[in-house]
Design a protein around this ligand. Structure first.
Ligand SMILES: [Zn+2]
Length: 253
């Protein structure tokens, strides 16, 4: 019995040691955690989650956003992208998937869902290749991987290609953004042929939805080739667009 106890405590000790070794600093607050985010930061982020009634899932390009682009969610996405913390995409993409599934199953805002879900294909908004090589990853693609793992929807990151870097978007007015993004994407012809053989509807996925210009441009590129676009899902949605529109309108009048 004594020997068993000793073995047990040695195993428990080793397991604690293994857990300690697996723990790393939470990328948002630097506290030690065995997960991608510590529990405190997870709780803070959950406060920014949008309710089903706050979703604007309607034509011409329905959008579903997990949360509001502010506070800790803004910090999490900035950290993911600019502080090389790609592991943050896993919890965020998973939360987006969970909320989306719940919304798809319960909301009356999503008609014909059973029909469309069968043929949905998830397409992350691509980055310009040079930019992606510089960063080492495309955050939308990593989020889409986590999203698809939970939803079991097929992922295809090769449908769209970005023609040029559109980083200069920041600070531009809505009209200037739209112009900048016109023809920003091209379709991968090989993938498009296979998509057309068995009809699919594309569900776009991006990390942030601001003015919607990027999403509209991607959707337009797909629809021009008769590929249906179901909508866009995004981790965070900002309300900056409204302010910018207001400022732009105010400046014009
Ligand atoms: Zn934390």
């Amino acid at each position: 019995m004594k020997g068993w106890m000793q073995r047990f405590s040695r195993v428990a000790g080793l397991s604690r040691l293994a857990n300690l070794c697996l723990e790393s600093a939470c990328p948002l607050c630097q506290r030690s955690t065995a997960q991608a985010l510590c529990l405190d930061c997870q709780r803070q982020l959950q406060h920014l989650r949008l309710s089903p009634s706050q979703q604007t899932w309607r034509s011409p390009l329905p959008i579903f956003a997990w949360g509001s682009y502010s506070g800790s969610l803004k910090r999490a996405l900035t950290t993911l992208k600019y502080e090389n913390q790609p592991q943050l995409a896993r919890p965020l993409g998973d939360w987006l998937a969970q909320s989306w599934l719940q919304f798809a199953q319960t909301s009356e805002k999503m008609p014909e869902k059973s029909l469309l879900e069968k043929s949905l294909i998830v397409v992350p908004i691509p980055m310009h290749l040079a930019k992606q090589q510089q960063r080492g990853f495309n955050q939308a693609e990593l989020l889409a991987e986590a999203f698809c793992q939970r939803t079991r929807l097929p992922l295809n990151p090769h449908v769209l290609m970005r023609n040029r870097s559109t980083e200069a978007q920041f600070g531009l007015s809505i009209a200037a953004r739209e112009q900048n993004l016109a023809d920003a994407f091209t379709l991968n012809e090989t993938v498009v042929h296979s998509l057309k053989r068995s009809p699919h509807a594309v569900l776009l996925l991006d990390d942030i939805y601001t003015s919607g210009a990027t999403a509209r441009s991607a959707a337009q590129t797909l629809r021009q080739q008769n590929i249906a676009v179901y909508g866009i899902v995004t981790v965070a949605k900002t309300t900056i667009a409204k302010t910018t529109i207001a400022k732009t309108t105010a400046a014009k009048t």
